[in-house]
Design a protein around this ligand. Structure first.
Ligand SMILES: Nc1ncnc2c1ncn2[C@@H]1O[C@H](COP(=O)(O)OP(=O)(O)O)[C@@H](O)[C@H]1O
Ligand SMILES: N[C@H](CCC(=O)N[C@@H](CS)C(=O)NCCC(=O)O)C(=O)O
Ligand SMILES: [Mg+2]
Length: 474
């Protein structure tokens, strides 16, 4: 996909649009905490700044949009099927667990659940599958599938609305049509899936507990979900850190999780995906307590494990998808969007990657941005790991680097409008709810576009590399 159309005639026009757009953000809650204000991550309503955004939507030929939307329910079903094969997860991650303590702790909780034959009869997934359009092969390739704490279901739809508003105002000058910005209902759809899970839990006084980080500058993205839960379904959301759950939570003999004396129907994780979220044993015991309870976990420990990069790589191996899905067409559709993915016990590929590091990305089993290794660092890391020998290589996977076409765009951050050469990454949200053998929800539900300067290897809006964008179908 290419970013916005050639920017407005001149920087002055872009500056004027940017000012109006930033005001629109403030009026519509398209906001994040401002790093400059020490209280912006802990005190709601204090220290806000407009979310970084692209002035106009990124372009994408409609067939790729259709392809990405079609993949969502297939990936949702795949996650659920793989999550039920505990031995596959344990075996595939067995080498990783030797060298990666974080993954090892997650696997330990997973193993404990297997030992007590813990059943999750109600399973809720709120996923986001991220793609880039590889310019060399002109194919839409999956970057990763996120199954925990997928960001921006709240803010993403607002960017689509902002761009539609700007095109309504400036459409003639830009010869753009507002209806080519696809509708984006991620926030209301995520709330709907959470509310349906709450209904399946079937305890009227129960609440939704959102697991959050002690400091969270993306809290307004989270509050949008809270708002829809309350206003559309009358459901109360409790924000708790893992530390607080350890201190205030306990499980009744019938499995009900009580926190602050309230019964918890659904635990929606917006933290727990990175080692930083487990600073002590307290947070791990909170995670175990939640997993042992009858609450609906979003995600369960198995759903989280399915979303690891090692499993992404294993699922790309020959004949593996066939273990989980029957429909040959679906399997072919998934394989079509897989980039090259290798584990590091393949000497050949390591040799190639050391020779041409710019064609690869080296990934540890981490989520949240800022963890990947590129270029000369990749060569140096592989050379060192190979020399060290042993199992250290099992902490990583190697991935084909995808090269989207760069294009010009205006990015607005902190009230300043910059023109730059950018590339974009399309995220498609999926919601999946199963209650025993009934699939209640299995939908594509909205999208997120993130756009970053093409010179930046890493992505990530929270990490400060990318801005929020939306989509213009060509
Ligand atoms: N194969 C790839 N080709 C090009 N860029 C990539 C590739 N994989 C990751 N990236 C870039 O790195 C960022 C983070 O990688 P990702 O796998 O999404 O890790 P995380 O789980 O930390 O988000 C992506 O948003 C993208 O900008
Ligand atoms: N604090 C958490 C942040 C959660 C988070 O980092 N999520 C990962 C998937 S695990 C993700 O979606 N990364 C893309 C977001 C970006 O580009 O910045 C939140 O609740 O928002
Ligand atoms: Mg990512």
């Amino acid at each position: 996909m290419s970013a916005a159309v050639p920017p407005p005639a001149d920087p002055a026009a872009a500056g004027e649009m940017a000012r109006e757009a930033a005001a629109w953000c403030a009026l519509h809650g398209l906001v994040v905490g401002d790093r400059a204000d020490p209280r912006s991550g802990t005190v709601p309503g204090v220290g806000l700044v407009h979310a970084p955004f692209s002035l106009l939507p990124a372009h994408l030929p409609e067939p790729f949009w259709k392809q990405a939307c079609e993949l969502a329910p297939i990936f949702n079903e795949l996650v659920d099927r793989v999550s039920l094969d505990g031995n596959f997860l344990q075996d595939s991650l067995s080498k990783t667990r030797q060298v990666d303590d974080f993954t090892s702790r997650l696997l330990e909780i997973h193993r404990k659940m297997m030992e007590i034959n813990k059943e999750e009869n109600i399973r809720l997934g709120l996923h986001r599958s991220d793609y880039m359009l590889d310019s060399e092969t002109s194919s839409l390739l999956q970057i990763e599938l996120n199954t925990i704490s997928t960001s921006f279901p709240g803010l993403g739809p607002l960017v689509s609305e902002l761009h539609r508003t700007l095109i309504n105002q400036y459409g003639r000058v830009l010869s753009l049509e507002p209806k080519r910005v696809p509708g984006n209902a991620a926030s209301s759809k995520f709330a709907e899936a959470l509310a349906r899970a709450w209904t399946e839990f079937d305890v009227d006084s129960a609440i939704v507990m959102m697991i959050v980080q002690p400091e969270e500058r993306n809290m307004y993205d989270q509050y949008w979900i809270t708002k829809y839960l309350k206003e559309s379904y009358g459901i109360t959301t409790l924000r708790k850190t893992l530390t607080q759950v350890e201190a205030e939570g306990h499980v009744l003999p019938d499995g009900t999780l009580l926190v602050d004396g309230k019964k918890v129907a659904v635990v929606y994780y917006r933290a727990g995906y990175t080692p930083n979220d487990y600073p002590s044993e307290a947070e791990w015991s909170a995670r175990l307590l939640i997993e042992q309870s009858s609450s609906v976990k979003c995600p369960s420990i198995s759903y989280q494990l399915v979303g690891t990069k090692r499993i992404q790589q294993e699922l790309a191996n020959p004949n593996v998808l066939e273990r989980f899905l029957e429909n040959k067409e679906d399997i072919a559709k998934l394989r079509k969007c897989f980039a090259g993915l290798w584990s590091l016990d393949d000497e050949e590929i390591i040799k190639t990657a050391i020779e041409k590091p710019e064609l690869f990305v080296l990934k540890p089993q981490r989520e949240g941005g800022g963890n990947n290794i590129y270029g000369l660092d990749l060569r140096e890391t592989l050379t060192r790991l190979q020399k060290e020998g042993g199992d250290a290589l099992a902490a990583y996977i190697l991935m084909q680097r995808i090269f989207p076409k760069a294009s010009l765009a205006y990015l607005v951050r902190g009230g300043i409008c910059h023109e730059g050469l950018v590339i974009s990454e399309l995220g498609i949200y999926g919601s999946y709810l199963r209650s025993k053998d009934k699939v209640i929800t299995n939908d594509q539900c909205g999208y997120l576009m993130r756009t970053k300067v093409s010179s930046s290897d890493e992505g990530g809006v929270a990490a400060g590399f990318a801005v929020l964008d939306s989509l213009y179908l060509t």
